[in-house]
Design a binder for this molecule. Sequence first.
Ligand SMILES: O=P([O-])(O)O[C@H]1O[C@H](COP(=O)(O)O)[C@@H](O)[C@H](O)[C@H]1O
Ligand SMILES: [Mg+2]
Length: 636
Amino acid sequence: MGDHVGDLNGNLPCHSTGDPQLDKAIYQWITWDKNPRTRAQVEALLQEGRLEELRRRLCSRMSFGTAGLRAAMGAGFALINDLTIIQSTQGLYKYLAKHFPDLESRGLVVGYDTRGQEASSCSSERLGKLTAAVMLGKDVPVYLFSSYVPTPFVPYAVKRLGAAAGVMITASHNPKEDNGYKVYWENGAQISSPHDKEILRCIEESTEPWAESWNRNLPDSSPLSRDPLQDICRCYMEELKSVCFHRELNTKTPLKFVHSAFHGVGHEYVQEAFRAFGFPPPIPVPEQKDPDPDFSTVSCPNPEEGESVLELSLRLAEKEGARIVLATDPDADRLAVAEQCDPNCKWRVFTGNELAALLGWWMLFHWRETHPDPADTRRVCMMATTVSSKILQAFAQMEGFQYEETLPGFKWTGNKIPELEKKGKVVLFAFEESIGFMCGSMVRDKDGVSAAVVVAEMAAYLHSKNLTLSQQLANIFEIYGTHISKTSYVICHDPPTVKRIFTRLRNWEGEAEYPKSCRGYRISHIRDVTTGYDSSQPNQKCLLPVTKNSQMVTFTFQSGIVATLRTSGTEPKIKFYTEFCAPPGKRDVSSMQEELCKLTDALVEEFLEPDKNNLIRRSLPTDSFAADSKCASFCV
Ligand SMILES: O=P([O-])(O)O[C@H]1O[C@H](COP(=O)(O)O)[C@@H](O)[C@H](O)[C@H]1O
Ligand SMILES: [Mg+2]
């Protein structure tokens, strides 16, 4: 190493690395970052000569993925920390100021979850306060929640308060090292294209912190800062009652429920939602009810992982004689549900697709009760993401309502709602296979709090008819057709490997030739959302928006099985989704499962080549498998 970096007046302990781009980034970091811990991290890396690590952290920026900006906490422009949150909010301010002449009267909503990291003194609360400080420094009013909130409270508050936008600091179910920055637009949906790209451009133009941006005391001292917590909580719980259909029955149900908040935000809010529905509060899992940024009792804070992470909840439920377990993810926008039909029965952890079948049926059932005219049903719309089960499509075809499909992520679903409402549609229900549900459209995002209490009411109602959730699911499948699905992933930390895998698929039998079969299973159609190709369309053009920066290819097999391979937009994973849909009537579920399992294995082995590509296979034993009939057959 030679000369000093930039114009540092000789005060900073850094020398030129020989890479001008890196030198500039180091110089900027050390001059701009006022957080002593993250500044020290960069200084230490520099002293140790760890240039590759410095390049990784400093020479790229985060971009908006499936659910906002998401990365590990720590020093660097590519990570989540005080400085990158300030920069992001400065960019957001610039974009909002261009868009909203009335920004100074409408303001911004800011919420945060319970994450934190000692090593970089980052916590979601601190990052939320910095977000608020940037806006307050520009005379923009801020509704900063005085305590952690479920993610859905932010989009709800944006609409309720007429704010220009909202920010939620959360990394949901990601590993404890991560954090994130979700942005909601005035319509209460997460931002998608073109806002995300434009905001990113504004962020790149606003990297130097403004004078007031570091003033974390501003939220306490500024007259423009307000705490919406109580009002929003009250209004939310009141409005939630619009999806409560059996209050009387709820008050008397003999069913008991266990709730896990997964060490995150959900505990008080789910308790309150149960009260709003007339239920006694659910039994909380004591070890997991309070915030814990280390997520100490779970191997991974994602309830989507199933039984292995629900252990404490299931044991508590057995002890308490509770038949239903509800687990909200750490930011309470998603929900896992398990049912034990009787004490001798195995627990059944429902997949997101199965829960959607139940919730979709439930929402339509009650719509029909109050809107018996078939013309009213034609106004209804339900939505799912394209990697989710097609069960709602089966409902829609038989019942005569509209079904819409979007790309994965509620940023796509949420933005469709105002479009549909403008056309006179009522969006009754939307979901993602990843246990994300929207019951009613008071929040234009998935909502684990409302889903928890709606599932509880559905279970209580079914119980009063001598039915379990599993039994009702079997009934639904008999009427609308059995839908068996499988969702899982492999981990890949190496972006060039991911690129190679998908390039191979696109050039299978020569250039620009996709595979025609997979281990003997004939493929009849290919849709490649990354390139915009769809062989099933007359013009060969994909109907969904083309997403060049993420990989997603769907194969329709001659057997009718549909399989998608895609890269995650929140974690270093390649996900795969397969589904087998049968027509109405009773089916031999185990042979369908067997067929789907074989094809899924073939897909993974042939198309992803996990061993050759050093992909890490999912370590947990229970890959989510819809319509696992074991428990159901015991119970029905
Ligand atoms: O990682 P990806 O891109 O597959 O995205 C995953 O997480 C997203 C964000 O969820 P949350 O807001 O709870 O973090 C979900 O919308 C998506 O369905 C799921 O597959
Ligand atoms: Mg979440």
